[in-house]
Write a protein of this length. Structure first.
Length: 82
């Protein structure tokens, strides 16, 4: 169980770093506004207009994505380690 928790934490950190670096890449590439997901499943929203630019993301899908990746990686490692 500790191994699964470590994988979950590593996934949260990596996804957090991706989302932290994403605005710089989107700004340099001058990407127009977009959103990934809708309503409660909104993963991220990028805004780039005359008023300014910004990124926002919802924590629920972000956490579910991290849990999903953690479970898959834990299962793969467990299956091939024996």
């Amino acid at each position: 169980m500790v191994r699964a928790f470590k994988i979950f934490l590593a996934t949260i950190i990596v996804l957090g770093l991706v989302f932290a670096a994403l605005p710089a890449f989107l700004q340099v590439l001058n990407v127009p506004a977009f959103s990934v997901g809708d309503g409660p499943f909104l993963l991220l929203r990028w805004r780039n207009d005359a008023a300014g630019s910004g990124i926002s993301f919802n924590l629920l899908p972000f956490g579910l994505l991290a849990v999903g990746i953690g479970v898959v990686v834990y299962g793969v490692k467990r299956r091939y380690s024996s």
